[in-house]
Ligand binder design. Structure first.
Ligand SMILES: [Zn+2]
Length: 180
């Protein structure tokens, strides 16, 4: 439970982020929501940081124009202190093989179900289950989004949870992103 003071701080943060510009006229490869690695002036890096917004052009000081969702959310960062955080590839080959075998066996026993299955997505979701991930459903459907990997870019990156954590995982390139 958050007490009143913590609620107040959360409100302040939400309001501050809501007032940030959501696009910028400065040259910048990042957009709101992008996941970055932030390196502070002592050379310490932080993962899983998101871009929340941009400083209004006439308020930019010392080239700091990108706001992040970390503890100093009100203190904008320079472009040079950010690096895009690329998703990692999930080591799931054995689980995919196992899921494929189970899937083929199922198809053999239920030939009429062929149309419901896909050779990539179905074995991958089976593999995720074997690895302990559960698909997050909304109204009974998977939650999908575009894969952030530029070369892949397919729109079937799927939301999963494992324990307290949530991930998007792409059945095509097997890239997995830790969301929260
Ligand atoms: Zn992908």
């Amino acid at each position: 439970m958050l007490d009143d003071y913590q609620n107040h701080l959360e409100d302040e943060k939400r309001q501050f982020i809501a007032n940030q510009d959501k696009t910028t006229s400065f040259e910048c490869e990042f957009q709101v929501g992008d996941k970055v690695i932030f390196t502070n002036e002592y050379g310490v890096s932080f993962n899983n940081i998101h871009v929340t917004g941009f400083v209004k052009p006439d308020e930019v000081m010392y080239g700091r124009f990108i706001y992040l969702d970390y503890s100093c959310y009100w203190f904008a960062s320079m472009l040079s202190s950010l690096k895009r955080q690329e998703p990692t590839v999930l080591a799931c080959e054995d689980a995919v093989k196992q899921a494929k075998m189970e899937h083929d066996k199922y198809l053999e026993e239920n030939p009429s179900k062929r149309v419901l299955c896909d050779d990539t997505i179905t074995p991958f979701s089976g593999a995720m289950k074997i690895l302990g991930f559960t698909a997050v459903l909304k109204n009974g459907c998977s939650i999908l989004r575009k894969c952030p990997d530029k070369e892949c870019g397919k729109t079937s990156s799927t939301l999963y949870k494992k324990g307290e954590n949530q991930y998007y995982a792409c059945p095509h390139c097997k890239k997995i992103e830790h969301i929260s």
